[in-house]
Write a protein that binds this ligand. Structure first.
Ligand code: GLN
Length: 340
């Protein structure tokens, strides 16, 4: 795990609401400045075009469940959503097929292995394990209702755009670059097919998955998308219900267990919130019932998680009292009711 550098930052007690607007702005600015000083990590290059990203880019955005917006730095610089799409496509699947079927067909347990692991599939008798690794994401995309790859793509594109509150575009350069180099994902899809986990043409499934990963978002979009999960499935900016409240809850539970790949345990231990990272440098962190933080900073740790994004999230979790596991003892006994 990266050095989160928050040892001296006091943990505010967990509360039901965010502080007033000025307090959130100050906390966001402090987290931004704190994370900006960090230059560890490396920009992803296994998808060739991603290596061209500006390593210094850093944007941070917080959107709360009232739709109030706080943006800093490169919060409107676009990048490909990559693995963060997995969270939202999974939510669409849960909404379409329900809790039981999503649990049975894709699973919810962490593999403890890198996101593109083939070994994880073999070790688990062909089970994709969870929707946040490539095997589970490919299985998820394959299960999205639709009679053809085009129909499934339409559902995914419409759904992710509703989460963001605007029509998202595909970065065709990223799509081509990844399509030319995604032999490993195609191998994973074939392996899943051999285990009877993918019923459609595996190459068509990989194409839709690669396209969903190439959708362009910015840090602000990620905050809106995350805030939709924080707000029981209703986009707090547009007011549109995108998925059911139970689906939002279930998706966040999966993110808490597996959103940062094999570092998910360390992430939860330090930050105490569901989150999801992508190899282009995006990260979304969700505070249920409060809001979400989106960030963009392309330097990654060795698991593929944005370094500055994690540091900013850790800082905000402490200063805003977001860690869902933090509590303070209720020292004062309840005031006895006195009869008039
Ligand atoms: N499109 C990328 C892949 O499938 C997404 C991986 C990621 O963001 N971790 O390899």
């Amino acid at each position: 795990m990266v050095e989160l550098d928050v040892a001296g930052v006091a943990q505010a007690s967990h509360t039901g609401t965010l502080p007033p607007r000025d307090g959130v702005s100050l906390a966001l600015r402090a987290a931004y400045d704190h994370a900006l000083a960090h230059r560890e990590g490396a920009v992803a290059d296994y998808i060739p075009v991603l290596a061209e990203a500006d390593p210094e880019a850093f944007g941070l955005s917080l959107v709360d469940v009232t739709g109030s917006v706080h943006d800093i730095g490169d919060s409107r610089v676009e990048f490909s959503i990559q693995s963060i799409s997995k969270a939202f496509v999974y939510a669409l699947l849960c909404d379409a097929v329900g809790h039981e079927q999503a649990l049975a067909t894709v699973g919810v347990n962490n593999t403890g292995l890198p996101f593109n692991s083939v070994v994880a599939i073999e070790l688990n008798d062909g089970h994709p394990m969870n929707p946040m690794v490539n095997a589970g994401a490919l299985a998820t995309t394959a299960l999205i209702p639709g009679d053809s790859p085009d129909e499934r793509w339409e559902t995914i594109h419409r759904g992710l755009s509703a989460f963001a509150g605007r029509t998202l575009d595909v970065d065709e350069v990223v799509f081509s670059s990844e399509s030319a180099t995604n032999q490993r994902n195609r191998a994973i899809a074939r392996l899943l097919e051999s285990y009877g986990r993918i019923r459609h043409d595996p190459d068509g499934v990989v194409e839709v998955y690669t396209r969903q990963c190439a959708l362009l978002v910015d840090a602000h979009d990620l905050a809106v998308m995350g805030a939709t999960l924080a707000d029981g499935g209703v986009n707090p900016v547009t007011g549109e219900r995108v998925v059911g409240a139970e689906v939002a809850r279930d998706t966040l539970a999966v993110l808490a267990a597996s959103g940062l790949y094999e570092r998910s345990g360390e992430w939860l231990f330090e930050i105490g919130l569901p989150g999801k990272s992508g190899v282009a440098g995006g990260l979304v962190t969700i505070a249920p019932g409060k809001g979400a933080v989106g960030s963009y900073a392309p330097r990654l740790d060795t698991a593929g998680n944005s370094v500055r994004g994690q540091i900013a999230a850790a800082h905000l979790s402490r200063t805003l009292g977001l860690n869902v596991f933090a509590s303070t003892p209720r020292t004062a006994p309840p005031v006895p009711e006195v009869a008039p």
